[in-house]
Design a protein around this ligand. Structure first.
Ligand SMILES: [Zn+2]
Length: 150
């Protein structure tokens, strides 16, 4: 039964985005390669939390609220008394992840920022010497209406 529990833990970890590489591997996202804040979770996994983002906890849906305790462990905060602020996992807002349409605006905002880094890196790779050509805007930019239902 220990194996079954470990399997469940692993699935939980995957679902929460707590599938970061353990030390001594660098704390980088395996999708976008950018460094994140890495913390251990209570079930022998590691999670990458988005650096410098600590929104008000009441605006973050349950299951997405991460709180780093005094022991340095990250906890997916469910129930109980909400802390004033929390952290969010990197994975839902990774620039390589699909746009988090179903999540609150803060996730979309961070995702947009990360996706813009991705585009910048991609452009630098693809077009190393384009200082003369102004590439502001660009033909491929799709403007999707960023509206919150409700
Ligand atoms: Zn990433």
């Amino acid at each position: 039964m220990v194996e079954a529990e470990a399997e469940t833990d692993h699935e939980q970890a995957q679902g929460e985005g707590a599938d970061a590489p353990a030390p001594p591997a660098p704390p980088v996202c395996q999708a976008c390669g950018r460094e994140q804040d890495r913390f251990p979770t209570g079930y022998r996994h590691w999670i990458l939390l988005e650096p410098r983002i600590d929104p008000a906890a009441h605006g973050i849906p349950e299951g997405q609220r991460w709180v780093v305790g005094g022991d340095g462990m990250a906890v997916n905060w469910v129930g109980g008394r909400l802390p004033p602020t929390c952290r969010i996992a990197h994975r839902p807002v990774c620039g390589r992840s699909p746009r988090p349409e179903h999540l609150p605006r803060i996730f979309l905002a961070v995702w947009e920022l990360n996706a813009s880094y991705e585009r910048r890196i991609y452009q630098q790779d693809a077009l190393p010497f384009t200082s003369e050509a102004e590439t502001s805007g660009g033909p491929g930019t799709q403007s999707s209406p960023a509206r919150d239902p409700g």
